[in-house]
Ligand binder design. Sequence first.
Ligand SMILES: C[S@@+](CC[C@H](N)C(=O)[O-])C[C@H]1O[C@@H](n2cnc3c(N)ncnc32)[C@H](O)[C@@H]1O
Length: 615
Amino acid sequence: MSKKDYSKYSKEELIKLIKGLEKQRYGLVWEDKPEEVADRCSTELPVLVEDKSKEIITDKNLPTNILIEGDNYHALYTLNFTHKKKIDLIIIDPPYNIGGDFMYNDKIVDKEDRYRHSKWLSFMKKRLQLARNLLKDTGAIFITIDDAEAAHLKVLCDEIFLPQNFIAQICWQKKFSPQNDATYFSDMHDFVLVYAKKAKTKKTDKGGFNLFGLERTEEMNDRYSNPDNDPRGDWTSGDFSVKTYSEEYDYSITTPSGRFVHPPAGYSWRTSFQRLQEMIADNRIWFGEHGNNVPRIKRFLSEVKEDVTPTTWWTHEKVGHNQEAKQELKQILPDAEAVFDTPKPVRLIKRILELATSPDKPSVVLDFFAGSGTTAHAVLEQNDKDGGKRQFILVTNNESQIASNICYPRIKRAIGGYDYQGNLDTLLFEEKLTLAKLKKCEKIYSKYQEIRQLNADKYDELKGELKNNMVKLWGAKKNLTHSPGLGGNLKYFKTDFVPQVLTDNDKRVLVARSTELLCLAEGTFDPVRQNKKDFAIFENAHQYTAIIYDEDAITKCKKAMQKLDGSKPISIYVFSYDYTYYEDDFEDISNVVKIKPIPEAILNVYRKIAKYKKR
Ligand SMILES: C[S@@+](CC[C@H](N)C(=O)[O-])C[C@H]1O[C@@H](n2cnc3c(N)ncnc32)[C@H](O)[C@@H]1O
């Protein structure tokens, strides 16, 4: 890099430089490396083209999901027109930049590349800026990352989403067994970085991103029981003493057996003496089975908060691990593993969906580094589980045919169902270990061995297990299993280009190629009238979209509109060289809710992005 000779700068140039430095508060400084895919947008404009042959429809009442094949910079450009402030949740798993996993200007960036962090930051900044525009004010972004770029990504996100919108940096335990050949530490975790578009300052704030609690698990509920047959049901007990000392709360309690008890030194009881008497009368204090123990408070399962506050520690038992992700992909697409080896587990993405979206409200989930399509799979499974109406929009390039040979077939099979070689497990032996049973340990073990030998030839594999004090023996048989389809609809688009609009003819070209963009923006995909050069009409269950490619076809299009269902609103996009709205022309059609000139409506968005790019 050549050194700059400031002595040759003019006074104006130096003032500009100083002003720039004054503006810089703190943050990352890197050499911005030009990117060909971004530069392409100064001479051409991105559009979308549908590949009709890949459309999947199983149930019109379910949301229409979208898969876009192409560079995500171009896809995000188009989504800025179709989905500005419409996305509820973004989940991305970008290349980690660990050397060999990240392409810049069509070249793999390796570990020795001196500019590898600069390239990665330039790449991510452009995409995150475009992505931020898509989030609703209640939306959030979850980004998986590891140590290679975690620190840089955090500072970059502070710049783009602002520090006050930082929500958490979650630690996900991606591996379950340590790597003993590690030079120093065996790396067991990745991070999930979370930013809201607009974070609440306190839980009760209206508006902003809302984090839902986690469903209580059976395991949590198992800690409750009812040893005294309390009519309020299962309970567990908690400490009646607290560490903050107060003289008033330091009194003697007589247990039912007649013993006097005091709080431990430096502690006092949790309530006043009078409140304790009320609680004893209400059978809310537990002195143990024989009434002789230090008092404890009974906490009833029926009274605990319904869901659980999530923590930033996500174990592999709860959300899966790398190996599980590979097995999932292998199960649904047996040949995929050889091509793609860095998927995320479905359970990890489902945990994010559970926390950041609700089954009671339709929501749109975007993943613009979709890879093998785990996010799609997780959205379909989560909707199936809780009856939610989440829609996914996935974007992936076609590196090693990942879009066409992995992501799309995976979604297709998840929607339609598939056969796979699975394990059918039969429980052959089960024994709970208690202190009393330890004496009979040898007897239990020889019984276990006996059953093992008896079944050795009957199963493909015998699996022993010791978990939660239970000894189990499973017999596993490989069998052809069918995974039923989760249902859903999909449209497949590819990014494409038209020339940058410089002439009136370029305007006509962009409008002629804008049908998919407009249908996607409005969510109306069913043609009422199509394949004509002058105008087209599309619909969904709730509305129509009319696209008038030629201003001379307004009268003809109006005639067609008069035949439509008058209770459904119509959005109209009408060709105009000079941004005119033609509002008067549609005054007599009462269900028209929106009229926009094209290509101006699209160009306006694209111009803003181009300005943004220069910042
Ligand atoms: C780490 S993988 C994501 C894996 C994904 N989470 C899964 O479970 O399968 C990143 C993916 O992003 C894709 N990708 C990388 N750069 C891209 C770009 N500029 N545009 C679109 N996709 C890109 C790669 O092809 C790769 O499949």
